[in-house]
Write a protein that binds this ligand. Structure first.
Ligand SMILES: [Zn+2]
Length: 80
């Protein structure tokens, strides 16, 4: 399940290695654009141009999960 780019980025989060055929890489790439929605949409469009991409629906689902995980991993200290 783990691709070389995923391993690389887990060791060096800012190395910028992505494989557009890998669902995790695609989700990571789109997540890296957040919270800029236009930027994220641009990433999705770029992913869709690659042959063998996991597909917009799966990437979006993975992004959604990633955002939830991110939200629960960083509890807000300030109550807004
Ligand atoms: Zn990957």
């Amino acid at each position: 399940m783990t691709c070389p780019a995923c391993i690389q980025s887990s060791e060096r989060p800012h190395c910028g290695a992505y494989r557009f055929q890998c669902l995790e890489c695609c989700a990571r790439l789109v997540l890296s654009a957040y919270p800029s929605k236009p930027h994220a949409a641009g990433m999705l469009a770029a992913i869709e141009r690659f042959p063998g991409n996991p597909g917009r629906a799966r990437v979006l689902e993975s992004v959604r999960l990633g955002l939830e995980k991110r939200r629960s991993a960083t509890p807000r200290s300030n109550k807004a």
